[in-house]
Design a protein around this ligand. Structure first.
Ligand SMILES: [Ca+2]
Ligand SMILES: [Ca+2]
Length: 293
């Protein structure tokens, strides 16, 4: 396999596709080089993550030979042997147009985060975070709210609620994961007026379907830190609609002051304090299923 294992923006896979909340891992691939790879191919992704894909040639996460529009996506851990680990814009045969808004591209083991080839253009709609200060698709740190050359501080893929795994944003050292070294620069980096989808309408949910914005502004990427499901199952810190003993222990530690509330991102109802009453609710939910919300 020499082509992208992520998404190849060509007609067969991706004409007019608009996937909200997609999760692409070792995903869509149907041969390379595609004979009909054309400049009419379009790919529109919103609130999506592309994780751990690999291309033997260009474009591990996305190989764009048409028109690709990414809004609040998170690309991490994607590789390409020839270049464009996260995204290859052009370099395939056709002219290519890439539009990035509020998107994270980071942690590309090979090929760089985002590489432009001949006959490719980028529309920078701002507030993107590209970790790679060399392969950055022409973005400039500090221009249009872009953040370049900075680690987004993603916590590992985990079940944080919603239908797929997500990369939560680190909110502080050790929170929500021991690997976190501080607060992610992606948090609250998108002013609410700029927090819109590809059609210019307000983007009101994250990858999990939880509400945006939280706090004073939207976060860059697919995950909105601090967002809660519309109905909170008390004690269900992971958001998988079940409460287990580890989650009870997390709540006890929060109640005792030895853990931060952020260690239970999905299991504390808005405005609720973690006290004996909430812990009893959580125990009931562990025994009976999520009935106490
Ligand atoms: Ca926010
Ligand atoms: Ca749970």
């Amino acid at each position: 396999m020499e082509g992208p294992s992520g998404i190849s923006a060509r007609p067969v896979e991706a004409v007019g596709t608009s996937e909200h909340g997609s999760y692409v891992k070792q995903g869509v691939y149907a041969g390379y080089p595609p004979a009909n790879f054309g400049a009419t191919a379009t790919l529109t992704l919103t609130d999506c993550i592309l994780i751990g894909n690999f291309a033997g040639f260009h474009g591990g996460g996305i190989a764009n030979g048409g028109t690709a529009t990414l809004t609040n996506c998170t690309l991490s851990g994607n590789s390409a042997r020839a270049g464009g680990g996260g995204i290859a814009n052009g370099g395939i045969d056709n002219s290519a147009t890439l539009t990035l808004r509020s998107t994270i591209v980071a942690n590309s083991p090979a090929g760089g985060d985002c590489v432009m080839y001949v006959d490719s253009t980028i529309t920078d709609n701002g507030h993107n975070l590209i970790e790679d200060a060399t392969n950055l698709c022409g973005l400039t740190n500090g221009v249009n709210g872009n953040i370049v050359g900075v680690d987004p501080l993603l916590s590992p893929l985990a079940a944080n609620g919603g239908p797929t795994q997500t990369h939560a944003l680190c909110t502080g050292a050790g929170v929500p994961d021991a690997s976190c070294t501080g607060k992610s620069p992606a948090i609250d980096a998108v002013p609410t007026a700029a927090c819109v989808d590809a059609q210019g309408d307000s983007l009101t949910t994250d990858q999990r379907g939880y509400g945006r914005p939280q706090g004073p502004a939207c976060d860059i990427g697919a995950y909105e830190s601090g967002a809660q499901p519309a109905t909170v199952c008390a004690g269900d810190c992971s958001g998988n609609q079940a409460v287990d003993i580890d989650e009870i222990i997390i709540l006890v530690n929060i109640a005792l002051g030895s853990a931060a509330p952020a260690t239970c991102p999905s299991g504390i109802p808005p405005g609720a304090s973690v006290d004996v009453g909430l812990i009893i609710q959580a125990v009931n939910n562990a025994q009976r299923g999520c009935t106490e919300v």
